[in-house]
Design a protein around this ligand. Sequence first.
Ligand code: NAD
Length: 280
Amino acid sequence: MAVLMDGKKLAEKLCSEVAEAAGKLARRPCLAAVLVGTDPASQIYVRNKERDCQKCGIDSRRYDRDEAVSEAELLSLIADLNADDTVDGILVQLPLPEHICERNVINAIDPDKDVDAFHPINVGKMVTGQAHLLPCTPAGIMEMLREYGISPDGKHCVIVGRSNIVGRPMGMLMLNADATVTYCHRRTRDLAALTRMADILIVAAGCPRLITGDMVRSGAVVIDVAMNRDSETGRFFGDVCFDEVEPKAAFITPVPGGVGPMTRAQLMRNILEASRSRQS
Ligand code: NAD
């Protein structure tokens, strides 16, 4: 029986720490959340982030733009938010409509206000171990490992997925924490041979039931990042066959209630951090 890593509980603790620290600042931290279009999932994500801000003593302002907004108009909004001294963090909810280049928009955000930590300057700082804003999902996972007393030092960490948002930065944080890192992705041959070697297995493929019991070694730490939605029931589930893997693992995250809440808590920590350094 594995220890269930309770991301929800830990996230609540982190959020109350943020609220306490935010209350000590001269000015309340402020997030500007930009949402383009009416995608229902994006609407929910932004609403949740606004609620988290409220709980953490952080102001949030929402900038809704029509699906047809031009890239130039969006870049002009970002420039205004960069110049606004009362805004500490800027978050552009992804994905953006196809006619807008996400990279151009991310690159336009002031790196000191880039609370998602997607800007190339923040990516470079993370890779070289100098970051003060860290990508939310990987940093939330590192925090969860710390909380459960799991040190990556010398461990073999196998990551399934190499996206810029999750897999890639996850490997960098693990490497910075002295793990030996293996990346797997869609083109990887014999995925099972590699996942079986993992002391710490982090799965972020978005591929339901990808990781079966025979792909995990006994005593592994298994982190399931995925949020796959059952279109009939509306329920979320991960990439890991929980019923098969849980009896073999030493630690495992549930979906939901594992990585998701930690990602949200880390965003709050980033907004606090951005505000603190802008107020100092
Ligand atoms: P993505 O689609 O950008 O990347 C998926 C990666 O997985 C790719 O690198 C791809 O090569 C790899 N992959 C896909 N199928 C594979 C397979 N069969 N074998 C090996 N590798 C495979 O996705 P993403 O943005 O990184 O998100 C991944 C998952 O994590 C999604 O389910 C997403 O919803 C979830 N997610 C959760 C959180 C959270 O807070 N819990 C945050 C971000 C993303």
